[in-house]
Design a protein around this ligand. Structure first.
Ligand code: ADP
Ligand code: ZN
Ligand code: ZN
Length: 747
């Protein structure tokens, strides 16, 4: 039984760091849990104050004699903060890091910045009396007072600012009239609405049979009080959003609230407008461009019950809804659902944990579900719902694979194959649009033979080697390295090198080849401005350009009915990164890109250019056969014990000093090996230590080590032991040790 409770008094940014310790009286020891709201004596006067339990421990953090005792648990319903604190505790346990990091991620934190309040001046007397006063003022030539009064008789209340600035009425005049009891001045909290004006009329659709079936499956459970996790697998354009909306409508009608998670990149005007059309002012959105104040406003509205639906990226998961009934997670396979800062949580697992605490259902949706989720659906952990056809029976686009090795043989060194060029020409002639997609990712570049497609792989980990600046080919998992080859070992050609291509270069090539075409480019550079992304999308959707070139960004969230051709320029760019998820990610990207073609009246076509046309990922992306892809992929994962067939944890050790980083890592690795040699940690295998893809980041040196085990809990246990070890030894004072579970790109 823990003896002490760590408690926070207030939920504001600075105060989260102040944790107070209290003794747990014996009768409460079995009942007290993290998140509970309790009463404690606080301060010099021991004033009775409410606080939240954020941790339970046996260790007193100072003189036990001086630790005060908890008075009791606040009775009544559980406030939403309690639930979120419990969720933070769950996150800390499952992903590592401190309770503070976790609390800061989940709590709607008050900012120090002044709340934006607006003052209003209103008429405090009736119209008749006002008319009398007005005559009086006019008679006395009190022109300012008369002006304000007559304005208020027409419109009340009026913003204070407008009265002072626009009507040029002095503060003294307002004060005087207030004193006379003619006007009143009130402050109203102003919520900064994230919406501009949304006009666009959404046609209300009648669900087709498949959609209806999916909705009913979830709804029947919901009505009978069963809450679970569903995986909605629906091809692109099968109408998943309409399913989400129908479900939310029912949940809201039954008194529940809904959180809709959408990756930021797909959170476009078009998408938001569809929800707005159905739920009007009862829907709110979050995005990463909002200031902390704006975000807090939205959370505040949510906790006041002014909102039923919150839409946003990962962090919208922590919306303080007290009647949460359903969590929707669209594009559930997206890697942006994994936090890359502490706490390194995955929004999917965290959503399921929160839903469990709140009594809500979770619907995960995707055209290309993550292998993790599909595996769980197959195991019966999630319920699989499928939408197999596109709306209005629109055919999926026809896909062509182009072998880039053949192009080289033909003497074509352009990034555009002859086939793609020909098809582009034809579209331009017919006034149709083309999208060219480059699925590059990160900085790491892989090595390939452009003549035969050979890619050197790590003999231990079966992932591709990456080219490093030191002229060596390196495995990012285990640190294995070899010199970069000058001649291909398979075909003897000298065309073996690191593969690099950028969107800018492609734009040049396209402009040179098609001088008359209007070309837009969308990548990190052209979207840096606040509205850059929307601007380019809307220009392309109103057909102000013929060709759109871009990265991942262009494949999400928008319907372009005139696009009849999508070119995936070098599908290998994401296939050969050293990451066990490379094939999964490539399949997803190619399928999503292909899904952009043929969404209007005209059928679409897709060209996938690759050096590895024989790879199952390419073949199955061509036939858009997700189920077959899953089977192939799960066989590889199972053979290599990669997630979901087993679990993986990365430990990062980082320090400003390279030597300190290395030595600390050695110390930790030694401790693990010692335990393993002693016969402990059955079933654990370790890889590394090694240098991560980014071995030095902002002058901090980094080392990683990978742990594989069949059970997640076992890895969490190892993390706990290592965290405690680090906490107890002074050698680690200047290093940061972090963990990442089932990494999606990782450190
Ligand atoms: P997904 O998210 O599965 O790719 P969407 O939900 O974006 O698909 O739907 C694709 C298009 O089909 C949208 O324009 C949507 O308005 C339309 N749509 C969805 N359901 C129906 C329906 N039952 N009848 C007619 N049109 C529909
Ligand atoms: Zn070769
Ligand atoms: Zn390796």
């Amino acid at each position: 039984m823990p003896e002490y409770a760590n408690v926070i008094i207030d939920i504001s940014h600075e105060k989260l760091d102040k944790i107070f310790q209290y003794r747990i009286p014996a009768p409460l020891q079995e009942r007290l849990t993290v998140g509970m709201r309790i009463l404690i004596p606080f301060g010099l006067g021991n004033r009775e104050t409410a606080g939240y339990v954020v941790g339970l421990t046996d260790e007193a953090s100072y003189d036990p004699e001086k630790i005060k005792e908890i008075k009791g648990i606040v009775p009544g319903s559980v406030p939403i903060e309690s639930q979120l604190i419990a969720l933070a505790d769950w996150m800390r346990k499952n992903y590592g890091g401190t309770m503070n990091h976790a609390l800061k991620a989940v709590l709607p934190i008050k900012q120090k910045t002044a709340e934006k309040k607006q003052r209003f001046v209103s008429l405090a007397i009736g119209q008749e009396e006002a008319a009398g006063q007005l005559a009086l003022f006019e008679k006395k030539h009190y022109t300012a007072r008369a002006r304000l009064l007559s304005a208020l008789m027409r419109q009340s209340p009026m913003p204070y600012e407008a009265v002072v600035v626009k009507m040029n009425i002095s503060v003294a005049v307002i004060r005087a009239m207030k004193k006379m009891g003619i006007v009143s001045v009130e402050e109203k909290r102003l919520y900064r609405s994230p919406f501009g004006e949304i006009r666009q009329e959404e046609k209300r659709v009648t669900l087709n049979e498949e959609q209806q079936r999916a909705v009913e499956a979830v709804w029947q459970d919901w009505e009978q009080g069963r809450r679970r996790t569903y995986l909605l697998h629906g091809v692109t354009g099968s109408g998943k959003t309409a399913v989400y909306i129908a479900l939310i409508e029912r949940v809201v009608k039954a008194g529940g609230q809904a959180i809709v998670l959408i990756p930021e990149i797909a959170l476009t005007y078009q998408t938001v407008a569809r929800f707005y059309q159905c739920f009007g002012e009862r829907v709110s959105i979050l995005n990463s461009k909002m200031s902390p104040g704006e975000r807090y406003d939205q959370f505040e509205r949510a906790s006041q019950g002014e909102v039923d639906v919150m839409i946003g990226p990962r962090s919208a998961l922590f919306t303080p809804f007290s009647r949460l009934g359903i969590i929707i997670m669209d594009e559930e396979h997206e890697s942006s659902y994994k936090s890359e800062t502490q706490p390194r949580y995955h929004a999917r697992e965290t959503a399921i944990a929160r839903a469990g605490m709140a009594g809500a259902s979770v619907v995960l949706g995707s055209a290309t579900p993550s292998v993790d989720s599909y595996y769980k659906a197959k195991q019966g952990e999630y319920l699989l719902l499928e939408l197999e056809s596109r709306i209005e029976e629109k055919p999926l686009p026809a896909c062509h694979l182009v072998d880039l090795r053949e192009e080289l043989k033909k003497g074509n060194r352009s990034i555009l194959s002859e086939r793609l060029q020909g098809m582009m020409e034809q579209r331009l002639k017919n006034g149709q649009q083309v999208m060219l997609f480059l699925n590059r990712r990160g900085l790491a570049s892989f090595i390939t033979c452009r003549s035969c497609g050979f890619v050197p792989k790590c003999p231990h980990c079966d992932v591709s080697l990456s080219q490093h600046n030191n002229g060596r080919a390196v495995c990012h998992y285990c640190g294995y390295e070899e010199p970069i080859l000058e001649v291909c070992p398979k075909c003897g050609s000298g065309y073996i090198s690191g593969f690099k291509a950028g969107t800018q270069k492609i734009e040049e090539v396209v402009r040179a080849q098609f001088p008359k075409a209007r070309v837009l480019r969308m990548d990190f550079d052209t979207t840096r401005r606040k509205d850059g992304y929307e601007r380019i999308l809307s220009a392309f959707s109103s057909h102000d350009a013929d060709i759109l070139i871009g990265t991942q960004m262009i494949v999400k969230g928008h319907d372009f009915p005139d696009v009849t051709l999508v070119g995936v320029l070098a599908a290998d760019l994401s296939l050969h990164v050293s990451d066990y998820r490379a094939a999964e990610r490539t399949f997803q990207l190619v399928t999503q890109a292909a899904g952009r073609a043929g969404r209007g009246e005209l059928p679409g076509e897709v060209v996938i250019q690759t050096y590895s046309p024989e790879h199952y990922c390419m073949k199955l992306a061509k036939s858009q056969d997700y189920k077959k892809f899953y089977e192939m992929e799960i066989a590889y994962r199972s053979l290599m014990h990669y997630p979901p067939c087993g679990h993986m944890m990365v430990m990062l050790v980082a320090s400003e000093d390279e030597m300190t980083a290395s030595l600390s890592m050695e110390l930790l690795a030694g401790k693990i090996r010692q335990a393993m040699d002693g016969g402990k940690l059955q079933g654990l295998s370790v890889i590394g230590p090694a240098s991560p893809p980014v071995a030095k980041l902002k002058d901090i040196y980094r080392k990683v080590m990978y742990f594989k085990h069949g059970g997640y809990e076992e890895l969490v246990g190892i993390k706990d032991v290592l965290e405690q070890f680090v906490g107890r030894h002074r050698e680690f004072a200047k290093v940061s040790v972090q963990f990442d579970f089932d990494p999606m790109g990782g450190f």
